[in-house]
Design a protein around this ligand. Structure first.
Ligand SMILES: [Zn+2]
Length: 380
């Protein structure tokens, strides 16, 4: 495929407005592109106008499986009048392509798909297959990755590349994230006769203090990701100053590491809750609103070794390994049956989610070749 065609594909993708939805139009575009090059694909419907896309190239009956993944949704363009170029009308200028999703992450997605097409067209022998997992709803909770994983689409992976913008780094670790809501139920009474009521705020604070106590003991540290983090970020309760409050609520946000992981946290919270609920007049209810696990790949794994070597050779500079705080679809895909290494490695710069988001055209194009070479070496 010539360079101009690759650039046009990225522009076409940026021109599709898939702000937190409408990913089916992106999936249809990619499906047609793949079909035009003799590659089958399958849409996995998530909701109206929302569909993930799965496709494979290579030997489907032998060897390893390398996942190629990217999300098709983008975040809101915000105040479009502030953009130098319209966010959904990709514009090429001075070696960059501008538009919402140029960096995060339609360039990575396009590069992965083009790499698959070129490997197929060049009839590169692969001992195994590449599996494309293009997802919906990454930006609002990894919805597509969750659906694909629960349906078993990630069960055969031996390695996964997520083409999120990483600049000239290979990310191999990120923290997990959890959100929860804790509700405390009490009983109204006049504040002059508190013995007739149950103070929901008092009971809420019992939980708050117990959790803070436990968290202070969670001191393990990950060499790359750092510490486990817990913060209560929202709190509300009571109605008026001379009434014993009958309800109170708090919300918390947690960042997990492999050493203090989501399972440990759920267990600790459950124990605290059960213990407090045995006390007289305590009625607490806990809901996990968000539960994404940390990702931490073995830096000695074949995939990471190959990626490091290929990136250095193709790009002509050292590409350091890195851990980050933010999550990706890997937080869901790694819940599949097998354990496998993940790298987050894709074209892009410091402009995701910003006005005038852009990608360097050269960076986008070189990543097509990087992906091809990593796949060739991983599946050889
Ligand atoms: Zn992204």
């Amino acid at each position: 495929m010539d360079q101009q065609e690759k650039i046009q594909i990225l522009k076409d993708l940026v021109n599709i407005n898939s702000t937190n939805g409408n990913e089916e139009e992106v999936a249809d575009y990619l499906k047609k592109l793949l079909t035009d090059h003799g590659i089958d694909s399958e849409k996995v419907i998530y909701a109206e106008k929302r569909a993930s896309l799965v496709s494979e190239v290579g030997d489907k009956n032998a060897g390893k499986v390398l996942g190629f993944s990217g999300h098709m949704d983008v975040v809101s363009a915000g105040d479009e009048s502030k953009w130098t170029f319209p966010p959904f009308q990709a514009t090429e200028k001075d070696g960059k392509i501008y538009g919402r999703g140029a960096t995060d992450m339609k360039s990575g997605l396009a590069a992965l798909v083009i790499a698959m097409i070129e490997l197929k067209e060049e009839k590169t022998p692969l001992n195994g297959k590449i599996k494309l997992l293009a997802t919906v709803g990454e930006e609002i909770g990894e919805l597509g990755a969750e659906q694909l994983t629960s349906k078993g689409y990630a069960d055969d992976l031996d390695g996964l590349i997520i083409g999120e913008p990483s600049g000239y780094h290979i990310v191999y670790a990120h923290k997990g994230a959890m959100n929860y809501t804790l509700k405390s139920y009490g009983k109204n009474a006049h504040s002059s006769m508190p013995e007739l009521g149950i103070n929901a705020i008092d009971n809420l604070l019992k939980f708050y203090n117990a959790v803070e106590n436990q968290v202070a003991k969670m001191s393990k540290e990950n060499p790359i990701l750092g510490k486990f983090i817990h913060n209560v970020t929202v709190i509300s309760g009571g109605e008026q100053v001379n009434s014993i409050p009958e309800a109170a609520e708090l919300q918390g946000n947690i960042r997990t590491i492999p050493e203090e992981n989501n399972e440990t946290v759920r267990k600790i919270f459950k124990e605290i809750l059960e213990k407090l609920n045995q006390e007289k007049d305590v009625h607490l209810e806990l809901t996990w609103d968000y539960d994404k696990q940390p990702v931490f790949s073995d830096r000695e794994s074949t995939l990471i070794k190959i990626a490091e070597k290929v990136a250095k050779a193709q790009i002509g500079q050292d590409i350091p390994l890195l851990g980050i705080s933010g999550g990706t679809d890997a937080a869901e895909f790694t819940k599949s049956k097998k354990e496998f290494p993940v790298i987050i490695f894709g074209p892009g710069n410091e402009t995701p989610h910003q006005i005038d988001e852009n990608v360097d055209t050269d960076n986008y194009l070189e990543m097509v070749d990087v992906y091809k070479e990593i796949a060739k070496q991983f599946l050889n």
